[in-house]
Write a protein that binds this ligand. Structure first.
Ligand SMILES: Cc1cc2nc3c(=O)[nH]c(=O)nc-3n(C[C@H](O)[C@H](O)[C@H](O)COP(=O)(O)OP(=O)(O)OC[C@H]3O[C@@H](n4cnc5c(N)ncnc54)[C@H](O)[C@@H]3O)c2cc1C
Length: 395
């Protein structure tokens, strides 16, 4: 694919990383983004953590691209002066029945090649996080925090400096084939390109379906609310404090996260969202809700996950966030926490109602569709770009 014209749909971190790499390889790149700015959805509403690769099935795309992604992201941030801090992470067990899962996480992390992994006792937890309690923890000293919107903007600057074009406020409706080229149809005209890479996040299934790809995996949006610690309490947390994940549930659970700008957040929880892109507490999009509630796959998922759903509903109140935070840091009080916004995850679901865990990327002719890029895909973004450009497109 020498000196090709390439359209990238979506200016989240995966679209930006892919566009920047294609530009570096000498291609002529046009980025289509429906919003007026970059990182407007998942990339700008996440926890800001550079995951080290503790949890993922060894050998999976997620595991491989996360380790490579950390390496590339760290190097990129140093080179381009984007804020990055290896503040370290503790996955903390509070009960004896969590110890087996904790040891399993440590084994997986080592199998994935995560450096410096240790299982530590209560005393060592106190040395690392003096205000925190727990009976044991997995310590990952290299887990980091970063400014993901900053990384995204920097990557898009690289595209422009390399001669590429950014088309903000230009929604892509579909991609079709015309002769040897692909036509990107968009609200402001679109164009014909040798290759198209669709990185549409929460809208990825819709763009794929309208472009003739399989409707599955379909996106089911799950929102996660965050609370924020008052500024005079942020000193209570040095780095990242995570619970031992519940295997019955696909997300990592409410955690305390030091952000790169000094804030400390508590969250996110995970609930079915009534809007794919609504960030207030009462957001509702009739089309989005209709699509989810009329999907047989969703109802299969719901019937298989009743217990987990009931347990999650119990964690919706501010009180449950406060209790969750106090389990890690007893000194935190309800008056120290205020609502701090929400993020919405694009979780891909198979036709049979199962959730897709691994990253999923599909190539049809010279169009590539990123179909599932859940957490830690921001961490893995530069490696996902490398995978698309240097492996999928060169095949
Ligand atoms: C609550 C939450 C916490 C998370 N925490 C972490 C974390 O700590 N670490 C981590 O590594 N990952 C985390 N993630 C996951 C991570 O944020 C995502 O995996 C990553 O941001 C996905 O990037 P993306 O570019 O695929 O999607 P997005 O950032 O959603 O970007 C997609 C873009 O496509 C655009 N678009 C959509 N449709 C069209 C169209 N038709 N035409 C033109 N443009 C279109 C959208 O406007 C958007 O800008 C978290 C996610 C959430 C929601």
């Amino acid at each position: 694919m020498k000196n090709s014209s390439v359209a990238v749909v979506g200016a989240g971190i995966i679209g930006a990383a892919t566009a920047a790499l294609l530009t570096e390889h000498g291609h002529s790149v046009t980025v289509f983004e429906k919003e007026q700015s970059a990182a407007a959805h998942q990339t700008g509403h996440n926890s800001g953590v550079v995951h080290a690769g503790l949890y993922y099935e060894p050998g999976s795309l997620k595991a491989r691209l996360t380790r490579r992604g950390v390496e590339l992201l760290h190097e990129y941030c140093e080179r381009r002066g984007v804020a990055y801090q290896a503040c370290g992470k503790l996955v903390v067990a509070h009960r004896v029945d969590q110890l087996e899962r904790l040891n399993h996480i440590a084994e997986r992390a080592r199998a994935n090649g995560v450096p410096g992994i240790e299982v530590v006792d209560a005393e060592r937890i106190r040395e690392i996080e003096p205000n925190s309690v727990g009976i044991a923890a997995v310590h990952s000293p290299s887990t980091a925090i970063v400014d993901y919107p900053g990384v995204t903007r920097s990557l898009l600057d690289d595209v422009v400096l390399g001669g590429g074009e950014l088309r903000f406020g230009d929604r892509v409706t579909r991609v079709t084939k015309r002769g040897r080229q692909h036509v990107v149809e968009s609200e402001r005209g679109g164009g014909a390109f040798d290759y198209v890479i669709v990185c549409g996040g929460l809208q990825s299934d819709r763009i794929a379906k309208k472009s003739g790809a399989d409707p599955y995996p379909a996106i089911v949006p799950f929102y996660g609310d965050y609370f924020e610690l008052a500024a005079d309490k942020t000193h209570l947390v040095n780095g990242l404090l995570y619970p031992v994940p519940d295997p019955a549930y696909p997300f990592l659970g409410v955690h305390l996260t030091r952000m790169i700008d000094g804030r400390v957040t508590v969250g996110p929880n995970a609930f079915l969202s009534f809007a794919r892109e609504g960030y207030t507490r009462w957001s509702l999009n009739i089309g989005d809700l209709w699509q989810t509630s009329t999907s047989a796959a969703f109802w299969r998922f719901a019937s298989q996950n009743m217990r987990a759903a009931r347990e999650q509903i119990a964690t919706a109140s501010k009180r449950s966030f406060v209790e969750g935070a106090q389990e890690f840091v007893p000194e935190i009080e309800a008056s120290d926490m205020k609502w701090g916004g929400r993020g919405i995850r694009a979780q891909a679901m198979n036709r049979d109602g199962s959730l897709l865990d691994d990253f999923a990327i599909e190539r049809i002719d010279n169009a590539v569709f990123v179909r599932n890029a859940p957490s830690p895909a921001a961490t893995s973004s530069l490696a996902i770009a490398e995978h698309i450009v240097e492996q999928m497109l060169l095949q």
